[in-house]
Design a protein around this ligand. Structure first.
Ligand code: PLP
Length: 398
């Protein structure tokens, strides 16, 4: 199974072709499921082969901290799905984010980042990069002017997350990509929310795409992983300068689980979309609810931009109860039967994540956060989910 040498069979193949067949036509023993290459080292037929491989580790099988055929098969499919030349699977979404950032930044550089980005991305920006003398400017990022004002002569990276995952604010991706290109700035986007099923940032001019594979790529809340996609040049650079020395290695079993769960990604995503829309509309109709934040809802402030950039939406959104009493929020979240109370998202199951849990017990919670609740719409029957929320509203008022 010479995955690294398998060419991308067709230009722009169908999603189901990628997920079900790409790279799997000649599996050992005519197996239908790809093997898990549980091996740390690979052997060479001769001194010359050995030497040639060492000279180009990014494109060779030498040692599984670098390449592994099961991992590479997964990468090949993810790259094709995201319309990227190459992908590198890593051990987690945060490893993907930190490797992508560190590959483009050094002391004295400046980075522009959207303020509502993922919490550990913010940590990276606020504390980690500072240690290396890298300046960071946070922007709201909903309009291009935010970026125009923030960039400086030493800006090297614009970091995006569209939509961001508590407030769901979008960035105008084509305009940001154009601005960045004119100033020789690299753009990096976290595309975890939309998945390549609904949004392909590279087609809009973005350079590097990162994902947490722990969400929809894994799809079953049973693994942690991440992936970085981009040009062959950028990903090979990241392979050599961040991935090999820092070592956020994905193991073959994790890659195999992602491969297995990717099979039905195209089938799952429309179900999450339909359930999220159904729940968002249901919540909007309830007297207990102040507002619902879902980019594909016509009431969403950036609905027009969402329609331009997204072909659909995933299962994650948030809403705000009218109440500002923590007791009410507790009663509501404690009264659901099918929704689970948990962080993360992207699995088959529906979840509630009250933003107030992020504040230490007893501390004052800001007014805009106290009754903000994040919902993950799983793939359960929609009526079951609506009934569950309806009875939680009843419990809240009793
Ligand atoms: C979960 C998440 C991450 C981090 O991914 P891990 O796999 O948990 O390391 C990054 N970005 C977004 C938007 C996420 O939801």
């Amino acid at each position: 199974m010479e995955v690294l040498k398998a060419d991308m069979e067709k230009k722009n193949p169908e999603v189901s072709d990628i997920l079900l067949h790409m790279g799997e036509h000649n599996l050992p023993g005519n197996a239908v499921s790809p093997p898990i290459f549980q091996t740390s080292i690979f052997c060479f037929g001769s001194f010359d082969e050995f030497q040639q491989a060492i000279a180009d580790e990014a494109h060779s099988y030498i040692y599984s901290r670098g390449n592994n055929p099961t991992v590479n098969l997964c990468e090949m499919k993810l790259a094709a799905l995201e319309h990227a030349e190459r992908a590198k699977l890593v051990s987690s979404g945060v490893a993907a984010i930190s490797c992508a950032l560190l590959s483009q930044l050094q002391t004295g550089d400046h980075c522009v980042v959207v303020q509502d980005s993922y919490s550990w991305t913010r940590y990276m920006m606020l504390t980690y990069l500072k240690r290396f003398g890298i300046d960071v400017t946070f922007v709201e990022g909903t309009v291009i002017e935010d970026f125009e004002k923030a960039i400086r002569p030493n800006t090297k990276v614009i970091y995006l997350e569209s939509p961001a995952t508590f407030t769901f604010k979008l960035q105008p991706l084509r305009e940001v990509a154009e601005l960045a290109k004119a100033h020789h700035i690299k753009t990096i986007i976290d595309n975890t929310w939309a998945t390549p099923i609904f949004q392909n940032p590279i087609d809009m001019g973005i350079d590097i795409v990162v994902h947490s594979a722990s969400k929809y790529f894994g799809g079953n809340s049973d693994l942690v992983g991440g992936v970085i996609m981009g040009s062959d040049e950028d990903i090979t650079h990241i392979f050599n300068t961040e991935f090999m020395p820092l070592g956020p290695v994905p193991d073959p079993m994790q890659a195999w689980l992602i491969l297995r769960n990717l099979r039905n990604l195209e089938v799952r995503m429309p179900v999450h979309y339909r359930n999220a829309m159904g729940l968002a509309e249901f919540l909007e109709s309830r007297p207990e609810v102040e507002s619902v934040l879902y980019p594909l809802l016509p009431s969403f402030p950036q609905y027009e931009l969402a329609k331009k950039q997204l072909r659909g939406g995933s299962g994650l959104f948030s809403f705000r109860l009218k109440t500002r009493k923590l007791e009410d929020v507790k009663k509501f979240t404690d009264s659901v039967r099918y929704f689970k109370r948990a962080v993360s998202w992207g699995g088959y199951e529906s979840l509630l994540d009250p933003n107030a849990t992020a504040f230490r017990p007893g501390t004052e919670i800001p007014d805009d956060r106290i009754s903000l609740i994040r919902v993950h719409a799983g793939i359960e029957n929609l009526d079951l989910l609506k009934d569950d929320l309806a009875s939680a509203f009843d419990a809240m008022k009793s």
